[in-house]
Design a protein around this ligand. Structure first.
Ligand SMILES: Nc1nc2c(ncn2[C@@H]2O[C@H](COP(=O)(O)OP(=O)(O)OP(=O)(O)O)[C@@H](O)[C@H]2O)c(=O)[nH]1
Ligand SMILES: [Mg+2]
Ligand SMILES: [Zn+2]
Length: 354
């Protein structure tokens, strides 16, 4: 595969050239596993590690290479192993809160053009969860598309599609079925040479099954969901970049245990564009649309121009974001307190020893 087919273009080339090092080779990160990476170059695949400098400078996981990143590598002449020296500026990046650490940001995938938010029309269908994915997608820079898979398991597919459309008026919604093949051609249309399409969604919704259909082969492992609650079994364990036969790149991702919002006002506003528009008419500029007098958003709900559920979801996400911000401030304060304590102790030592 040429770099161009993998998504390389003049913009990335310019960023690469600006590094001004003739020993570097451009590559795209295909798999990440415990800080080892498989990267794709125009000359084939190689295993690489991030340079120590890159690892040490990384304040958080978002500074480390992620699947989909364009990187500059050097190749060891003796063993052919690569070292990632730099990450080229990301054109889009999908971030979530790192599992287990509520304040660390983790880039899940980078340089995605289209993100397919996949949900299953089975017992686990939740429009609210789709909304959360869309909020994260809105902040990623990638174009979101909703895929309602397992259409064979739902009698009223049209009403599910309508629910999603009402929540996300500007986002294309597709219904698919991997048993009959329904709707899969429409998804294939998002693939094109040089374009990167990532599939996101809970475990068991059928991301890998869809990818196998798009590839025309059983490349990705899939596994039946639990019968009791339709939950998936976390079959895919790596984020992985796959070349589609007709051109384009597909990124399979493991179903996330927790996709929690990264705090971002813009993302919230993008996902709730109609609320944002209504808010321009609130009496107070900083109206929270809760109890404030002259709130145009509440007025729109009362007048039936905005579904009450939309405002409820907006406020819930807003609460979650506020909680995250508070938690981060709290950690920063504790950190500061610790620093002060260490400093005082050091000062005491100095004063008693002198
Ligand atoms: N009935 C039905 N089952 C489907 C459909 N698509 C996928 N499945 C089944 O759903 C199960 C889970 O599919 P996977 O592709 O493994 O799901 P995944 O989203 O990749 O899950 P993780 O890798 O765990 O994140 C498998 O048993 C698939 O055969 C569909 O359209 N209809
Ligand atoms: Mg999978
Ligand atoms: Zn208001």
């Amino acid at each position: 595969m040429t770099l161009g087919e993998m998504g390389w273009d003049d913009g990335f080339a310019a960023a690469f050239d600006a590094l001004g090092d003739g020993g570097l080779v451009p590559a795209r990160v295909g798999i990440e596993h415990n800080h080892f990476y498989r990267v794709l170059t125009s000359g084939g695949e190689l295993v690489a590690q991030a340079a120590g400098r890159l690892r040490h400078r990384a304040a958080g996981q978002d500074d480390l290479p992620a699947v989909g990143d364009w990187v500059a590598v050097t190749v060891n002449r003796h063993d052919g192993a690569g070292t990632i020296r730099a990450i080229l500026p990301r054109r889009s990046s999908f971030a979530r809160k790192a599992a287990g650490d509520p304040t660390a940001k983790q880039v899940v995938a980078a340089n995605i053009d289209v993100v397919l938010v996949v949900a299953g029309l089975d017992g686990d269908f939740s429009p609210r969860r789709i909304e959360r994915y869309l909020v994260a997608a809105a902040d990623s820079g990638a174009r979101p598309v909703v895929v309602l898979n397992k259409a064979d398991l739902e009698e009223n597919v049209a009403s599910c599609m309508a629910t999603v459309r009402a929540a996300a008026p500007d986002v294309p919604v597709h219904a698919t079925c991997c048993k009959s093949g329904q709707g899969l051609d429409d998804l294939a249309a998002y693939l094109a040479p040089g374009r990167t399409v990532a599939l996101l969604g809970s475990s068991g919704v059928g991301k890998s099954t869809i990818i196998n259909h798009l590839l025309g082969e059983s490349r990705q492992k899939t596994q039946a969901v639990r019968a009791a609650d339709s939950r998936g079994r976390h079959t895919t364990i790596h984020r992985e970049l796959i070349a589609a036969p007709g051109g384009g790149i597909i990124i399979d991702t493991p179903g996330m245990r927790e996709l929690q919002l990264w705090d971002s006002d813009r993302a919230l506003e993008d996902a709730f564009a109609e609320i944002d528009v209504l808010a321009a008419d609130c009496r107070f500029r900083d109206c929270l649309h809760r109890q404030e007098p002259g709130c145009a958003v509440r007025a729109a709900v009362d007048a039936g121009r905005l579904p009450a559920i939309r405002l409820t979801h907006y406020l819930r996400l807003d609460d979650e974001r506020a909680h995250l911000v508070r938690r981060r401030d709290e950690l920063a304060r504790l950190e500061e307190k610790k620093r002060t304590r260490v400093m005082h102790r050091a000062l005491r030592k100095i004063s008693t020893s002198s």
